[in-house]
Design a protein around this ligand. Structure first.
Ligand code: GLN
Length: 400
């Protein structure tokens, strides 16, 4: 019998386990219920008008056709200059830096460019939710190990550590890639220089490459400093460094980021990039190239965000939430299991749905950062918000 010609043929999913990313789901739920959205990580305050002026000027100057495939050279020069001043590594803008459509695309493209079917890729959970599906699409095998949490006498996390023994055990001749993320989403953990050195000892006689997701590089507080992979020459020689203008300049919707890597790695990266994204929009790149010349724009971010974090933390101290450390990123994780309400027994995803729909504050369940959710009763709030937004959210959270 003939097939129904109007029926869409069925086909096997490339990502059978994957639904819609939690960040999109929670933002939609927040919008539907008019909740204050402290879920998905993005600022609710405007970006600098000066940046918009730069972009407008670029458009009016007719920078509206395809840029070079790897990105506007002037912007790549600016990035090379910034990395060399901040982290001491000199990347060649011609061959070692590519402009991407945001950090997530940079990560996906880096993975697709070096992971072959059967290769192993090590990630450290909790891990950003794009890593695993990107590895799956490349045909790689994800080896997930867990971040170590140090707890106080009440069982509350006071700091995190890289699970060195497990990491060492996870690395073998099949390891193609190790994905690290500092400052870390969602815990805010920052790698120390000694951590980078230790990683370099672990990989030194292997062929393992590294993806270093550093999109929160300028949001580091309490006197910590960001230790970029670019600050360690032996690691830089085998790493893709990923960063994001969206995060740094409060323009997440523009989707512009970059990847820096040694020429041999970047050559493979661009082979994939050119047939996927091809190029990233031109006027944004010209505008960003000019804006990047003023280092103050990113150097003032730690104090800008630290005061938001402190304001939010102080308000949370008048609630039954228990605060986890937040030395970096624009996220504050809290434990809700001690709240004197029946909902404190809910799992993290259900608690976040309840909090969004009934209390009017959206958050992200940290279980979404694990393939096999560990239910520790921890949710993530984003404090990259106007003080008014934070104070409205706190007023609602203080009723719990
Ligand atoms: N990185 C952001 C977060 O963790 C989300 C980015 C996204 O939604 N793609 O909230």
């Amino acid at each position: 019998m003939d097939q129904n010609p109007f029926l869409t043929p069925s086909f096997p999913s490339r990502l059978p386990e994957v639904g819609t990313t939690v960040f999109t789901v929670m933002s939609a739920l927040a919008a539907e219920h008019e909740a204050i959205n402290l879920g998905q990580g993005f600022p609710d305050f405007p970006c600098d008008r000066g940046l918009i002026a730069e972009i407008s000027a670029a458009m009016l100057a007719d920078h509206n056709q395809y840029p070079p495939m790897a990105g506007v050279l002037e912007l790549r020069h600016g990035i090379a200059q910034k990395i060399s001043v901040l982290y001491g590594h000199v990347y060649d803008p011609e061959t070692e830096i590519t402009i991407t459509a945001g950090g997530t695309q940079g990560i996906m493209t880096a993975i697709l460019s070096c992971v072959s079917p059967g290769d192993e890729v090590v990630i450290i959970e909790p891990a950003y939710d794009s890593y695993r599906p990107s590895i799956d699409l490349a045909g790689g095998k994800t080896i997930a190990i867990s971040l170590l949490a140090n707890r106080n006498d009440h069982g509350l996390v006071v700091s995190y550590e890289i699970p060195w023994d497990n990491l060492s055990r996870a690395i073998n001749p099949k390891t193609r890639l190790i994905i690290i993320n500092t400052p870390h989403n969602p815990t805010g953990m920052v790698w120390q220089a000694s951590d980078l050195e230790r990683l370099s000892q672990l990989v030194k006689n292997t062929d393992a490459l590294i993806v270093s997701d550093e999109v929160y590089e300028h949001m580091v507080y309490d006197g910590h400093t960001h230790q970029s992979i670019a600050s360690h020459p032996a690691l830089a020689a085998r790493s893709f460094l990923i960063s994001s203008f969206g995060k740094t300049y409060h323009v997440t919707g523009w989707k512009v980021g970059y990847v820096a890597a040694p020429a041999a790695m970047m050559k493979e990266f661009r082979k994939v990039h050119q047939f996927n994204v091809f190029t990233v929009n031109t006027p944004m790149q010209y505008g960003l190239a000019n804006y990047l010349k003023n280092a103050d724009h990113y150097l003032k971010l730690p104090s800008f965000y630290q005061s938001k974090r402190d304001y939010f933390k102080k308000g949370l101290q008048n609630t039954g939430f228990k605060l986890l450390p937040s030395p970096a990123t624009y996220f504050q994780c809290v434990n809700y299991t001690d709240l004197q309400i029946p909902q404190s027994k809910l799992n993290e995803a259900d608690f976040c749905s309840w909090l969004t729909t009934k209390i009017g504050v959206a958050a992200i369940p940290v279980s979404a950062f694990y393939a096999k959710p560990i239910e520790s009763g921890v949710i993530r709030f984003c404090f990259a918000k106007k003080e008014q937004t934070l104070s409205d959210a706190l007023a609602r959270l203080q009723t719990l």
